[in-house]
Design a protein around this ligand. Structure first.
Ligand SMILES: [Cu+2]
Length: 149
C-alpha cells in the first residue's frame, strides 16, 4: 500500500468516528435523556384501576367518582381508567395543575361523553385531587404509592 492510500484510509476512519460522535451527542443522547427511565413493571402494571363515574353522578349528593378516594399501587394498579357510566358528559380535571414526570399533564382534555374513558399512567408516588369542571361538586382523589412487596 502506498503511503498516499494509507493517509486517505486514516482520514476516512477519523471522519467516520467524528460523524458517530456528533450523531451520538446531538441525536441519540438528547432523545434518551428527555424521558426519565421507568421500570417495565411500572410501564406495564398487572392490573388497571377502574374509577367509575356512576349513573346519577351529575346530581349533587349522589356518589360520583367510585371509588372516590382511590389508592393505586405502583407495578400493580398504577394505570388508572375513568369510565363515564352516567348519561351526562363529565371531566377529570385536577384541582391544581398536575403532571407525572413520565406521562406529562394529568386531566382529561375536553369532556368524557357517556361511555367514554380517560386513561392515565402514574409512574411515581403522588396524590391528585380532581373534580368535574361543569359540576364542581363532583370531586375525587387518588393516591399513588410504592408497593410494599
Ligand atoms: Cu360532571
Amino acid at each position: 500500500m502506498s503511503s498516499h492510500a494509507y493517509g486517505i484510509g486514516v482520514i476516512a476512519v477519523i471522519i467516520g468516528m467524528s460523524v458517530s460522535v456528533v450523531f451520538y451527542t446531538s441525536f441519540y443522547l438528547p432523545e434518551s435523556l428527555s424521558k426519565p427511565s421507568v421500570s417495565d413493571h411500572i410501564l406495564h402494571p398487572a392490573d388497571d384501576l377502574i374509577i367509575d363515574i356512576v349513573p346519577g353522578a351529575v346530581i349533587e349528593g349522589n356518589d360520583n367518582y367510585v371509588p372516590n378516594h382511590a389508592t393505586a399501587l405502583l407495578e400493580f394498579s398504577n394505570n388508572v381508567i375513568w369510565t363515564n357510566s352516567d348519561d351526562t358528559a363529565h371531566t377529570v380535571t385536577p384541582d391544581h395543575r398536575h403532571a407525572d414526570s413520565y406521562s406529562g399533564d394529568f386531566g382529561s382534555t375536553g369532556v368524557l361523553k357517556p361511555g367514554d374513558t380517560y386513561e392515565f399512567l402514574f409512574t411515581e408516588p403522588q396524590e391528585v385531587h380532581y373534580h368535574c369542571q361543569p359540576h364542581p361538586w363532583m370531586t375525587g382523589s387518588i393516591v399513588v404509592e410504592k408497593s410494599r412487596f
